[in-house]
Write a protein that binds this ligand. Sequence first.
Ligand SMILES: N[C@@H](CCC(=O)N[C@@H](CS)C(=O)NCC(=O)O)C(=O)O
Length: 303
Amino acid sequence: MTAQEIEKTGRFVRQKNRFTERITADGAGGPPAEPGRYRLFVSHACPWAQRSVIVRRLLGLEDVIGLAVVDPIRDERGWRVPGRDPVTGAEFLSELYLRTDPSYEGRYTVPCIWDTETKRLVTNDFPAITTMLETEFAAHHRPGAPDLYPERLRTEIDELNAHVYTTVNNGVYKAGFATSQAAYDEAVDALFTTLDDLEERLSHRRYLLGDEITEADVRLYTTLARFDAVYYSHFKCNLRRLVDYPNLWGYARDLYAIPAFGGTTDFDQIKRHYYVTQRNINPSGVVPKGPLIDWTTPHNRDR
Ligand SMILES: N[C@@H](CCC(=O)N[C@@H](CS)C(=O)NCC(=O)O)C(=O)O
């Protein structure tokens, strides 16, 4: 978060994504979806980055798109690649942003994708990254990979995602970074209104769109996974905990049991990142011990 992202009213308004080129299946209108050509930079702490890690694993793209994981603790130099990235030689993510655009002045964010051919960042446009893996890389998906973005459901998925982004995924940040009571109240009220609605929705559906996991579930999951450990306390989203919602909590555990979700969820890195790095709202950098929550209890969502 930078000072420019806080409005006069105390509202947090996220910076725009600077790099928005699209990798394309046939190379028309964007660089081609060639195996081995691209490198995805992520932090395991970051919800926007975890989306892309989950999708890469669910679709079996691990050998098609390389992965570099940054250190969860960030100082004023931005994200650091431990021991230097062997492919790009970068020690800090900022180097890749500045090699691509020397006049870049925003935050150096994950997730982003580096093109090893042109030696430029292709995109840091996180909502477009997952749908790009789902559509433009389809020829490289593993056999039997799920269709996370089926054509017949795209309108419904996009509408739900937009609402969940505004009130939940980004809603927790709006609550946490608000510098006025009114901005905080507005964000928290919208957040819990949507969570209450989703609780009801998940009372009669296993996943958000029905019986199959889609892009919408990936996006909701990464916020739910951080909710009780970080957002409830650090971001003051404390009307209710995730564990207080029987359906949402069962749904989150149902997804956690899938290796692409649970195996990419690192609570230790998540907690250390938020509490140590975001000193604007946690000046001491002390990381809380709790909460003690068992994500592996039976969920019975497959009944
Ligand atoms: N690209 C988006 C979202 C991605 C994002 O915010 N990632 C965070 C980690 S969760 C990040 O990389 N922050 C770096 C920084 O604030 O310096 C943005 O520009 O706000």
